[in-house]
Design a protein around this ligand. Structure first.
Ligand code: NAP
Length: 241
């Protein structure tokens, strides 16, 4: 059964990892999908893995004008915007002692500012219809992880931002929710030291790291009418962590 027939989606950070799995999953349920990412080579490869109507747009989510351009391209090329997934992300891990101001600012700017830019750019287009916006937070934002004072702060901030934005978008029927993944097997986690990674997996009750598709399926639920009365909520995808 296709859950998203006729819907138009924009996914940021869609060149690889969780964003790519989200784009593939939304497309497999009938959505036309615009892929946005910093990495244009990855975008072109990503597009080849998706059946159905797709487009791609280079976009640095920390720059409002680039996010606005991505929204406009989605409207122009796909005919509208019903689903926005604010997924793009980076890590710049370091202990508080070693973290630089630049590392702090970079992470805040991509995650917090990037998510706000998505909400801001989409508002004029999505506020008056029954669309769905999904922001990707992280378990790190709820429990705090060593070496991630920047990332944990940004991901916690996305939760508050989601709840506030849900109230502003609700008038027109558009929903705003967050997905909070735990440890997911992507380039982002593969960059961690193996011992730290092994310790994280030991703490997962279901006994395995999540896969990008696990997050994508949660996003699919929130994007579809199955979640029609859910807004301002946070859906954890953590294997029970
Ligand atoms: P990933 O494999 O590193 O993919 C992230 C994508 O975002 C990359 O294609 C990256 O491009 C792109 N990107 C980075 N900065 C960007 C910017 N300023 N503008 C547009 N695109 C940008 O990471 P992932 O694991 O799939 O993570 C996706 C999201 O899930 C992130 O928000 C992350 O924080 C969140 N998350 C991940 C995990 C996990 O365990 N993996 C857990 C919780 C939450 P480049 O390759 O050029 O940098």
């Amino acid at each position: 059964m296709e859950l998203l027939t006729g819907k138009r989606a924009l996914v940021t950070g869609a060149g690889q990892g969780i964003g790519l799995a989200i784009a593939q999953t939304l497309a497999s349920h009938g959505a036309a999908v615009m892929l946005a990412d910093l990495n244009t080579d990855a975008l072109q490869l990503a597009r080849q893995t998706i059946d159905g109507q797709t487009g791609w747009v280079p976009c640095d989510v920390s720059q409002l004008e680039q996010v606005s351009e991505a929204v406009q391209r989605t409207v122009d090329e796909l005919g509208g915007l019903d689903i926005l997934v604010n997924n793009a992300g980076i890590t710049r891990d370091a202990s508080l002692k070693n973290m630089t101001e630049q590392q702090f600012d970079d992470v805040i700017s991509v995650h917090m500012r990037g998510t706000w830019n998505g909400l801001k750019a989409a508002f004029p287009v999505m506020r008056n219809h029954s669309g769905s916006i999904i922001n990707i937070s992280s378990l790190s934002g709820r429990v705090g992880l060593f070496g991630q004072t920047n990332y944990s702060a940004a991901k916690a901030g996305i939760v508050g931002m989601t709840k506030a934005a849900a109230k502003e978008f609700a008038r027109g029927g558009c929903r705003v929710n967050a997905v909070m993944p735990g440890m997911i097997d992507t380039a982002m986690t593969q960059a961690m030291p193996p011992e730290a990674l092994a310790r994280l997996v030991e703490d997962i009750p279901l006994g395995r790291p999540g896969q990008p598709i696990d997050v994508a399926n949660a996003v699919l639920f929130l994007a579809s009418d199955l979640s029609g009365f859910i807004t301002g909520s946070v859906l954890e995808v953590t294997g029970g962590q």
